[in-house]
Design a protein around this ligand. Structure first.
Ligand code: ADP
Length: 401
């Protein structure tokens, strides 16, 4: 069975075609700048690359590019679209409506649409992606939606209710939802596998550190708390997002600079974090290089990031009542051994011991344990694979009778 995984953004559409017999990626790619000037890149599992500037006015036109590449003589990986058995979509916001992956129906699409106020850019793009899929593939190909928020739906109210007047939870569903759930779910399950233990018996803290970052506390396979909130702005400092702040900072700057809520939203989401503090870049590699060459603000940005990670691990160890394993994943978690090293050495008070040699080796897609046998907490680097989880969920739902 071959499954197409789609991650539709407002101006982009990423895809992977996965052969479920061995879970290999047959092809992957990205349609960028949809509705602007348009760029398309398609790479096959055996290394053939097709890249072109092409105007795509909407998601349906992007889908036509994907379809043509998949079946092309030169860059194709399948003979006809009939070989695509099902399509799985990543959906950012499932709200309180969706606590697990589900088959797409008109009712499900309406549900995702009803959550657009909570994730305006993302959920509207996802709906466009689903509709474009129906136009290009027809109704006969089943589609499944997999939600970033779903894994976090087990959080207790004390973790998800904000202490603002309760009426805003009732009126507007304002609460913590959490994101990156598919990634936290994948790496926590993989962590239990690597430990050879049942996840039901484990307390795990998963650190997804990328452009967007979130940390999650998982007890017995269920999320009990996570750092992102109503939106992906909360939690630890990120590439361009602030993470948690005293809310008065927002009103103070808005008043001083005479900024509207929309302008403030841009400042907090796009101009802050690594970029805002360092003034260098939102990218960890650039900021680390600048810090190494003596840039004090770049060094400060890195200190804040590592301090934030440390604080979350500390507080989540408290709420879990101890921790058996800590997992690092995503671009920074998988590749920046210096942050892992600084964070883990600061955790020595609670018995964490990592091997600097193993830590240095665990980069660029390698998976494994970086803690020593003496460590009282296992520490892992586990490359995330959200697309595979989406493909697995899709297969499970379309083959369920
Ligand atoms: P996104 O949240 O967009 O999926 P990623 O998980 O790809 O982001 O993470 C992007 C971050 O990871 C960037 O800050 C980047 O510097 C860092 N990163 C990615 N690859 C590497 C690498 N090979 N070495 C060091 N850092 C990396």
């Amino acid at each position: 069975m071959k499954i197409l995984v789609i991650n539709a953004g407002s101006s982009s559409m990423k895809y992977q075609l996965i052969d479920m017999t061995d879970e290999s990626v047959l092809a992957k790619g990205n349609c960028e700048r949809i509705g602007v000037d348009g760029h398309f890149k398609h790479t096959t599992g055996d290394g053939r690359v097709y890249e072109t500037d092409v105007t795509m006015n909407n998601h349906t036109e992007a889908f036509v590019q994907i379809k043509n590449a998949l079946i092309s003589d030169e860059y194709g990986v399948i003979k006809s679209l009939d070989e695509v058995s099902a399509i799985g979509h990543r959906i950012v916001q499932g709200g309180a409506l969706f606590s697990e992956s589900t088959l797409v129906t008109e009712e499900v699409i309406s549900g995702i649409e009803s959550l657009i106020p909570l994730a305006p850019l993302h959920n509207s793009a996802h709906v466009q992606g689903i509709r474009a899929c129906i136009e290009v593939f027809g109704e006969a190909v089943p589609q499944v939606v997999v939600f970033d928020t779903a894994f976090h739906s087990t959080m207790p109210p004390k973790a998800f209710i904000y202490p603002v007047p309760y009426e805003y939870y009732e009126k507007y569903s304002v609460r913590r939802y959490g994101f990156h759930g598919t990634s936290h779910r994948y790496v926590s399950a993989r962590c239990a596998e690597l430990m050879g233990k049942d996840i039901k018996d484990l307390k795990i803290i998963t650190c997804h550190l990328g452009n967007g970052s979130s940390i999650t506390a998982i007890k017995g396979g269920k999320v009990i708390d996570t750092s992102m909130g109503l939106t992906p702005l909360d939690g630890i400092m990120m590439g361009t997002r602030t993470g948690s702040l005293d809310p008065s900072v927002v009103t103070f700057i808005a008043e001083k600079e005479k900024l509207s809520p929309t302008e403030m939203d841009t400042l907090l989401n796009k101009k802050s974090g690594f970029l805002g503090v360092s003034g260098v870049s939102s990218d960890d590699r650039d900021v680390t290089a600048a810090a190494e060459s003596g840039n004090e603000r770049a060094k400060l940005a890195i200190d804040i990031l590592e301090y934030d990670i440390l604080k979350y691990i500390g507080s989540y160890t408290a709420v879990l009542g101890g921790v058996d394993a800590i997992v690092f994943t995503a671009g920074i978690g998988e590749n920046q051994q210096s942050h892992r090293s600084n964070v883990c050495h600061s955790l020595e008070y609670m018995g964490v011991k990592i091997s600097d040699k193993l830590n240095d080796e665990m980069i660029r897609g390698k998976e494994g344990k970086i803690s020593t046998d003496e460590s009282s907490v296992d520490v892992f680097v586990i490359p995330t694979n959200e697309e595979l989880v989406i493909a697995r969920d899709t297969m499970a739902l379309v083959t369920k009778k």
